[in-house]
Structure formats: C-alpha cells, structure tokens
Write a protein that binds this ligand. Structure first.
Ligand code: V47
Length: 391
C-alpha cells in the first residue's frame, strides 16, 4: 500500500505527527524527532515509518551473506564490563591466542569457496603487533584468495597502532597491502562518556572511535557502524550516538551498514541487568533506520536478536540479516541462545517467510549468484578454544 499522508500511517501518538510529515516529505529528522521515535509507546507507528523508508531504499530486497567469524585471540587488556568474551592478560593461559598457522587452520575448518567473507575480531592483546596481523592476512589470502577480509574494529586498530608504535595511517596502509578489505563496525557501544565510564571505561573513547573511522574511510576502506543498546544508556544517548554517526557519514560516506547490537548481560559484570525485549529491539532498529538517512543498509543481526525478532525486524527498517556465521563466540559467551550458524537456505526461508526477497551479497553489497545445490549448506560446529601462545 502506498502511504502518502500521515493518516495512512495510523499513528496512535500525536507526538509522531511531525515526524511522519517529515518522513513522508523525505526530510532529515533532528534530535527532537529522534527522541520522539525512541520514547513513544507507538511501536507500530515507528515501525511503519521505518518500513516506508526501508521500502523506498530497497523495496523487498533483503540481503544476507555466507560468512565465517574468526577470533584470533580472546586475551584482552580492556576488561570491558559489557563483555563476556575476553580473558584478562593475567589469566591469558586460560584463553586462546592462535599462531598464524593455527588461525588459518581454524578458519579452514569452515571455509569453502561458497564463503565470501571472513569477519575477524579479537581481544586487545598487548604483544600482537602489526607484523602478526600482516602475516595473518597474507596467510589467509594465500589459502583463500577469493575471500573478503572484514577485520579489526576501530578500537583494535587504535590499540595495534599504539602497541606497534606506528601512526594509524601507516597501520591501515600496511594492513591493506597485506589483504585487509574493510572493517567491521564493533566497539562503538554508546559514545556518551557517562555510559562508557560504566560499561567500557578502559578503551578508545567515542570521539577517537569516530576519528579512526574517519581515517579508515579517508584511506579508501569501507566500514560498518554499530550501537550497543539495552544496558545503562538513555534513549537520548542512543539518539545522540546515531546523530554522531550520521554526521561522520555526511563527511565520509564510508559506512555501508548500521548494526544495532542488543546487549546480552549473562556472564558479564553487568549481569544484574535484564536482557533486551523485542520491543526495545524493534524500536531501536526502526529509530536507527529513520535517523541514519545516509547509511544505505540496516542489519538485523540474527545472532543477537534471535531468528524470530530478526525476521520481524525486516518490517521495522532492516534490510539485511548478516550471514551464516557458524562459529560466533562473543554473543555465545554472553548467554546468546540464537545459535551460532544458519545454513544459507534457512536464512533465505526466514526472509521469504517475512514476505521479502532474499539477495545473496558480498561484503560490499554486490549481489552474488547462489552457489550450486548442495554447496555451502553445512554448518560446522567449530568453536573449541585452541590455546597456544603466539605471543
Ligand atoms: O564490539 C560485546 C558487542 C560487538 C557484548 O560489522 C556485545 O558487520 C552484546 O560488532 N552483548 C561485536 N554485544 C559484534 C559486532 C558485529 C556483529 C555483526 C556484524 C558486524 C559488522 C559487527 O559486540 C562488540 C561489542 O560492541 N558486544 N559484548 C555483549 N555482552
């Protein structure tokens, strides 16, 4: 149904009337409208507005990819309260740190020619320097020459540059030469210092995260962006986070995709907090879609949302489900129950059931031909830690 005026949107909250006019006119929303979207009780109204924008941008097209995750180390000096994945430096023998050869072998368990992306992130390990990551990327590209390496968050880049005593620009240039193709969006959390002091006080601050993303984009690499919600942040802090991302995107155009990340409290120092509900998940996805008018894609990351909420999110602004994944350790460590991998056909079925059209993509959102029947359907069970010190 074509929606041409606010009445068609059946809004329950009169406070959304101005937002609806602006969305229908294709105007940019300001902070006040963002706060109205983030705080209203009219979830379905917000959802209809976001769906309108989603369909304007993408019609029914819904992207997914065939990817794998690789975490070279879980040893981390940041000790973020939000995180259940890390092992602190003093307990490093309880965690894992792969040698380059081990990391390639771990990847090889689950990678075949149908896998187009390796998503590589890990802890802030004080003795893994630029040379380790250069060697790792070169070895992965040698073994899997077709694969896109989406690796290292802004926080990791910041840490590796400092640990290696080189400028960020030099780090990015060297990693690019070694095979880095783009960067994932993690580590942004919520930019507000008040929040960071409570959930991740020892890592790259919000301003620096944005500066590094700016430098990465200036070097010609794309990245994604994220927002971790559902912990101690306020709706206003979520909106300010989204506005900061939008401002940087106006400048660089380098963000491909926004991923709102639902906080999972289990096994973290914040385990007294409740997990997010579907209501907050869907409202945050829809609000993100509406504020970030300059970021093309919005991902409903099924690993954190669960398959069912992720599927409904496809009518609340999201146009991407992420991928097949297989061996996900960050959400699982924090009590995630969505599972760690989905076969390609299952992702397609989720998308079709939601009334959308699945599009297999590469990391840069170029459509790919689906692999021949039978290929790429297996979901391995990897995941056991291999503890050997590369350091
Ligand atoms: O950086 C950590 C977050 C991120 C928890 O770029 C947690 O395509 C919830 O960034 N509960 C990693 N979240 C995930 C991520 C990501 C995922 C999928 C796709 C892309 C992409 C990026 O997860 C971390 C942090 O922000 N995180 N601990 C937790 N307990």
């Amino acid at each position: 149904m074509a929606l041409n005026n606010p009445t068609d949107l059946r809004l329950r909250d009169p406070g959304l009337a101005r937002v609806a006019e602006m969305v229908l006119a294709g105007e940019r929303l300001d902070r006040a409208e963002g706060i109205a979207l983030a705080t209203t009780d009219d979830l379905l109204g917000v959802g209809r507005l976001a769906n309108l924008v989603r369909e304007r941008l993408h019609g029914d097209r819904t992207y997914y990819n065939v990817n794998r995750h690789l975490n070279p180390t879980n040893v981390c000096v940041a000790s973020c309260k939000l995180c259940a994945f890390y092992v602190p430096w003093r307990d490093r023998e309880k965690g894992w740190t792969y040698t380059v050869e081990q990391a390639v072998e771990v990847a090889a368990r689950d990678v075949d020619e149908t896998v187009s992306e390796l998503h590589i992130v890990g802890g802030l390990h004080p003795t893994l320097r630029v040379e380790y990551y250069e060697e790792l990327f070169r070895a992965l590209k040698t073994r899997f020459p077709w694969i896109h390496l989406k690796a290292l968050t802004m926080v990791e880049l910041d840490f590796i540059a400092t640990a290696s005593r080189i400028e960020l620009g030099e780090l990015v240039a060297r990693l690019r030469r070694a095979g880095l193709d783009s960067c994932p969006g993690g580590g942004a959390e919520i930019f507000a210092e008040r929040v960071r002091a409570q959930i991740c006080d020892h890592k790259t601050d919000g301003r620096r995260w944005l500066d590094i993303a700016r430098a990465v984009h200036a070097a010609g690499l794309h990245s994604n962006c994220t927002m971790l919600y559902g912990h101690v942040e306020t709706p206003e802090e979520r909106v300010d986070h989204l506005l900061a991302l939008r401002e940087l995107q106006d400048e660089t155009g380098g963000f491909q995709c926004m991923i709102p990340l639902a906080f999972h409290p289990e096994n973290t120092e914040l385990d007294h907090l409740p997990p997010t509900g579907g209501r907050l998940d869907l409202q945050t996805i829809a609000t993100s879609r509406l504020i970030l008018d300059n970021v093309p894609h919005l991902k409903a990351y099924w690993i954190m949302l669960g398959e069912k909420v992720a599927q409904i999110a496809l009518s609340f602004g999201a146009n991407d489900l992420d991928g097949t994944v297989v061996d996900e350790r960050i959400t699982r460590a924090a009590g995630g129950t969505a599972g760690v991998g989905l076969p390609r056909q299952r992702l397609e079925r989720l998308i079709r059931e939601a009334g959308r059209t699945p599009v297999l993509r590469d990391t840069l959102y170029r459509p790919l031909d689906p692999p021949v029947a039978g290929a790429g359907t297996s979901v391995g069970v990897g995941g056991e830690a291999c503890s050997a010190a590369a350091s």
